[in-house]
Design a protein around this ligand. Structure first.
Ligand code: MRU
Length: 382
């Protein structure tokens, strides 16, 4: 996607394939900076610390992490250890396991000397497929939005089509385009007048920092709201549809996404607002059907609850965020404490929205009901 007219992806090979580069998402929206990852440990650390995040991007980073591991040591033992280390970085998004298994299956039958290159090719293929899947999700979602917008009463046809999204399921969460944001970008480019309510998404504020950044750079009208405002806006008729991503989707259509998604789905259900989940095939976990019982929910540090990070003091005259290569020195980020000293925090990072609250799934193969029948119809497995 575009930043100052230049097309960027979130991850790419560099140094003749000896390292990968990523956008450091912990610094956004204040500084746009990239990082080189040259080892398995650096790739694993980038996932754990959320330098990269978002289900599809975590998967691609994991795949390249295996490549880096095999460049250092292509033995069976090193492969198994790297697989285990990367899989443990973040437990909820199934894309990571899926991508790691895909690379492992590709390289295991090969002689050790051939493995690193094969891993590079497989990781590259996963990345390219992710871009194609996300763009296809965008095309299917665009048609859906156009239909929904046209169905509004004549008195509302001149108003923007109001969407609400939670967390960041945009191009920063994938290799390019995004999942939930891809239809929004497509709609904006197709001339549909869209406006996006962006949930801030406590505690890490992926909405306020990443989704707002992305939408702003693409020129999509948007407004950041606190997480609890969505239900109120729905009651007032100011949300035409909700669209979110997914970190793991069961074969029955339950979706696991950023904490707070479930409450948005409940509010949407109560107000007759359609609730869509956009996801690529790599997010479907065919081995489970009960999301609440079977999806591992990542518990992150309580410090993310008790403290908040923000910008302190921009250097006078610095054009913050204006340059894709913005210098780290122009901004100063700090953490401040929100809670009384001694209060404990609890920080589950994801929740599960049952299929019954999901109006439809938007996949790269089309729009389908959130159900086993719907998913089988599209993918022919299950
Ligand atoms: O904790 P994060 O930032 O990795 O969580 C990201 C999300 O919850 C996204 O909505 C999800 O990965 C789907 S995105 C394509």
């Amino acid at each position: 996607m575009n930043i100052d007219g230049k097309a960027w992806r979130t991850i790419w090979l560099e140094a003749g394939g000896r390292s990968i580069a990523v956008i450091d998402q912990t610094q956004l929206p204040h500084t746009f900076t990239t990082r080189s990852l040259t080892s398995l440990d650096q790739a694993a650390e980038a996932i754990t610390t959320m330098v990269v995040r978002g289900a599809p991007l975590i998967g691609v980073t994991g795949a390249y992490g295996l490549m880096l591991a095999l460049q250092a040591d292509p033995s069976d033992g090193a492969l198994a250890a790297a697989f285990t280390q990367l899989l443990a970085t973040r437990p909820t998004a199934v894309n990571l396991q899926w991508a790691l298994e895909r690379v492992r299956e590709r390289v295991l039958p090969l002689a050790p000397a051939q493995r690193a290159l094969a891993a590079q090719q497989e990781a590259g293929a996963i990345a390219e497929e992710d871009v194609l899947m996300c763009e296809a999700i965008g095309d299917h979602g665009l048609r859906l939005f156009q239909e929904l917008a046209a169905r509004r009463p004549a008195s509302r046809q001149q108003e923007p089509f109001n969407l609400l999204t939670h967390c960041n399921a945009g191009w920063l969460a994938t290799v390019d385009w995004g999942t939930a944001l891809a239809p929004i970008y497509k709609a904006h480019r197709a001339g549909l007048q869209v406006h996006v309510w962006v949930d801030e998404t406590r505690p890490r504020n992926q909405g306020a920092s990443l989704t707002a950044f992305e939408l702003g750079r693409e020129g999509v009208p948007h407004t950041v709201i606190v997480d609890n405002a969505g239900g109120h806006l729905m009651q007032l008729g100011q949300v035409d549809a909700v669209i979110v991503g997914s970190d793991r989707t069961t074969r029955s259509g339950d979706v696991c996404n950023k904490i707070g998604t479930y409450l948005k789905a409940l509010a949407a259900h109560d107000n007759g607002v359609p609730f869509y989940v956009a996801l690529p095939a790599s997010t479907i976990d065919w081995s489970i059907s009960d999301g609440v019982a079977e999806i591992p929910i990542e518990a992150r540090s309580e410090r993310e609850v008790t403290h908040i990070q923000g910008l302190v003091s921009p250097v006078a005259g610095a054009a913050l965020g204006e340059s894709p290569r913005g210098e780290a020195s122009v901004v100063s980020l700090t953490q401040v404490q929100l809670t009384p000293t001694g209060s404990r925090g609890f920080n589950p990072a994801f929740d599960v929205t049952p299929a019954r609250l999901v109006t439809a799934l938007i996949t790269e193969r089309g729009v389908v009901s959130a159900s086993e029948e719907g998913l089988k119809q599209l993918y022919g497995v299950g």
